[in-house]
Design a protein around this ligand. Structure first.
Ligand SMILES: NC(=O)c1ccc[n+]([C@@H]2O[C@H](COP(=O)([O-])OP(=O)(O)OC[C@H]3O[C@@H](n4cnc5c(N)ncnc54)[C@H](OP(=O)(O)O)[C@@H]3O)[C@@H](O)[C@H]2O)c1
Length: 279
């Protein structure tokens, strides 16, 4: 039973890599799926899907934002014998007005959630808030290292969630009973404004880091002037807009519901991640 393969998509990413590590530590048989994997898995090349799914009973599914591929992938997975899917989705999927039409991740997650619910096999859905790791290994890292994070987030706060907690919930859902048919809203234990978040990183690292609030228009103009595609810049602004509109500050109880313990606090994340901001 234990030797059935668990497929981890997004295996080189922030949650997938952690899920992989935790599963391997338990001695479970895992297959790491990404374009760098062996066999190579590419969401955009359906010819690579079957080899990734060969012999797999359980899938950790990190979708490809901007595409509606979760549904056909889950359908194929079920045809090939998959019995359980744990889907990484996003916060606000079921909240009217949370994400605008320009938000490409929103459409992916709405369709992906319904595909998983319709699949006929066991499923668990994870809806994380913004990851704390955006500051240490993600989209904010370069700006933090440069000392200035410019975002259209106003003075909105976010209950950032630690990717280690997301991975721990995913692994519980992949390997234990009691999580099927559940949707876990995942956040950290408190909300911080972006200014407070970078101040915490400054305090631990000694780096001078400031947050500069921009209007969405100025943000998009800066990104496009720096070479970003207009659509990509608009999507980024749209993804940040719930923060500015106060829709990302609530604290969710999914980590406690799934794991029976509190989520990791942002300060502890900063202390544990200090190496990311050195050098
Ligand atoms: N970041 C956040 O704060 C946040 C918050 C809530 C929800 N989410 C959701 O979490 C998901 C992951 O986002 P993330 O930004 O954190 O990314 P990530 O998981 O850190 O990285 C993306 C992963 O997908 C893989 N990938 C990319 N293109 C691929 C392709 N064509 N075929 C196969 N694999 C591919 C990448 O591997 P290779 O490049 O090696 O192929 C990588 O492992 C998204 O659906 C996002 O909406 C993110």
């Amino acid at each position: 039973m234990n030797k059935q393969t668990i497929l981890v998509t997004g295996a080189t990413g922030r949650t997938g890599s952690r899920v992989l590590t935790l599963l391997r530590r338990r001695g479970l048989l895992v297959r790491a799926a990404s374009r760098a994997g062996e066999p190579r898995f590419d969401w955009l090349d359906r010819a690579t899907w079957d080899a990734a799914l060969d012999g797999v009973k359980t899938v950790y599914l990190v979708p490809l934002d901007g595409e509606l591929l979760t549904r056909p992938f889950v359908e194929r997975a079920v045809e090939l014998g998959v019995e359980r899917v744990v889907l990484l989705s996003g916060r606000g999927v079921d909240v009217p007005g949370y994400s605008g039409e320009a938000n490409i991740a929103g459409a992916t997650h709405i369709d992906g959630e319904s595909a998983v619910r319709d699949s006929g096999v066991a499923w668990t859905i994870l809806r994380p808030a913004w990851f704390a790791q955006n500051f240490s290994e993600g989209v904010f890292l370069d700006a933090v290292l440069a000392g200035e994070l410019r975002l259209p987030a106003g003075d909105g706060a976010v209950s950032f969630v630690d990717a280690d907690d997301i991975a721990a919930v995913a692994v519980a859902a992949l390997t234990e009973g009691g999580h099927d048919g559940r949707t876990y809203e995942l956040s950290g234990p408190r909300a911080l404004t972006v200014a407070q978040a970078v101040a915490e990183i400054s305090a631990v690292t000694g780096r001078d880091i400031r947050y500069v609030p921009l209007s969405p228009e100025d943000f998009v103009a800066e990104l496009t002037a720096g070479g970003a595609a207009a659509e990509e810049a608009a999507d980024f602004a749209e993804a940040v807009s719930p923060i500015r509109r106060g829709m990302d500050r609530h604290v969710s109880d999914g980590v406690t519901r799934a794991l029976g313990r509190r989520p990791r606090d942002f300060t502890d994340f900063v202390k544990a991640s200090a190496r990311a901001w050195h050098g």
